[in-house]
Design a protein around this ligand. Structure first.
Ligand SMILES: Cc1cc2nc3c(=O)[nH]c(=O)nc-3n(C[C@H](O)[C@H](O)[C@H](O)COP(=O)(O)O)c2cc1C
Length: 360
């Protein structure tokens, strides 16, 4: 049986040696304590995927500062010293099982729905997010000074992540959150150097990566997640198709990001109507960095195909929830369980059945 051969092969990402190519995709489970501290329940949940063979685990979206970055209540943070201490149970549990763990760091921008520090939201421009009701207050436009402060918030968060034992951080540049709001033409109407052309709309992200790399060097991995679609605009496509992909991936690759994690509804389908290329292929071509592919790679044969077309690693969201031991099942040639949605209902909080249990 050839399926799984490459999926289960090792990969060197910067200073991080991965035992296989299978990554747990970031998933918000709203299970942290109210003050943003990760807890033992989360540690046992991540440990379960490590025990199931996932070479790399990417955490829930985590907020970097005590300003406007938090997006939902009971979201974990990496915004203060208590948060650093709280995350250690998770990083230690995953490392003890021989896997690596990366913290996804997210600023929710205009789509924030719950923040315990401040009321209101911020964004590149004062434009109400799609889908928001008319009474929803528009976000406040960030000044250039405030942009620098947001960047500094991420830099401090990256240093705290290192203290907490993470092998790296992933900037959440997908799904309509703050970074993606800068990238997107209709949410970024700025007239300054951060708005207008695709090059200018990518500037916030490249400055952010450079500022973080400047402080953490090669000690930890600094990756980014990107998507065309958004939580409030599923079918969005970059207006200039492959040309935009070339500019965005080219600039981000040049900023020396360690990887680009690309998520599409189906990562094996062409990215634009007038092109036969997938985004996976376009990231590889223009980004010239490690590529993680995500989106409907439930079956090993499809995951293997993503590796064939240019991905170095693949990540799994819902299929991982249905199969905490997905990589072990690949090794044994066992069929995968289908995702039913049960563990996300009635709320997406982590369920008892998802916690690591000794000897199971
Ligand atoms: C419950 C849930 C929470 C999610 N939270 C995040 C998140 O915090 N950050 C993120 O980048 N994507 C998030 N996603 C998107 C997943 O990482 C992934 O891109 C999506 O599920 C598609 O991949 P799949 O087909 O393997 O499930 C979430 C998805 C689910 C199902």
């Amino acid at each position: 049986m050839t399926t799984g051969k490459k999926l289960l092969s090792t990969y060197q990402l910067g200073n991080m040696s991965l035992k296989n190519r299978v990554v747990l995709a970031p998933m918000t489970r709203m299970s942290a304590d109210h003050d943003g501290s990760a807890n033992d329940r989360m540690a046992r949940y991540y440990e379960s995927f490590a025990a199931g063979g996932f070479g790399l685990i990417i955490t829930d979206a985590t907020y970097p500062d005590e300003q406007y970055s938090q997006g939902t209540l009971n979201q974990p943070g990496i915004a203060n010293e208590d948060h650093v201490q709280a995350w250690k149970a998770s990083t230690e549990a995953v490392h003890a099982k021989g896997s690596k763990i990366i913290l996804q760091v997210a600023h929710a921008g205009a789509v924030a729905q719950g923040n315990r520090y401040l009321s209101g939201t911020v964004a590149p421009s004062a434009i109400q997010p799609l889908g928001a009701d008319q009474n929803h207050i528009a976000p406040k436009e960030l000044s250039v000074q405030e942009i620098k402060e947001v960047i500094d918030g991420f830099v401090q968060a990256a240093l705290r992540a290192e203290q907490a034992g993470f092998d790296g951080i992933e900037l959440h540049g997908a799904s309509g959150f703050l970074l993606d709001e800068f990238l997107t033409d209709y949410t970024n109407q700025r007239q300054d150097e951060y708005g207008g052309s695709t090059e200018n709309r990518t500037r916030f992200i490249t400055e952010l990566i450079e500022a973080i790399k400047d402080k953490v060097g090669d000690r930890i991995i600094v990756g980014i997640r990107l998507s065309q679609s958004k939580i409030n605009d599923y079918t969005h496509k970059w207006a200039n198709g492959e040309k935009d992909a070339e500019i965005i991936f080219g600039a981000i690759g040049k900023a020396k990001v360690d990887y680009i994690h690309i998520t599409e509804y189906n990562s094996l389908l062409p990215a634009f109507e007038n092109s036969s290329s997938t985004l996976v292929e376009l990231v590889k071509k223009y980004g010239k960095t490690t590529v993680i592919a995500n989106g409907q790679l439930d079956q090993p044969v499809d995951a293997e195909k993503a590796l064939e077309i240019g991905a170095d690693l693949i990540s799994l969201g819902k299929p991982a929830l249905a199969n905490h031991d997905w990589p072990i099942k690949v090794a044994k040639g066992l069929p995968m369980d289908e995702f039913t949605g049960e563990v996300l209902s009635p709320l997406p909080t982590i369920k008892d059945s998802e916690l690591y249990k000794e000897n199971v």
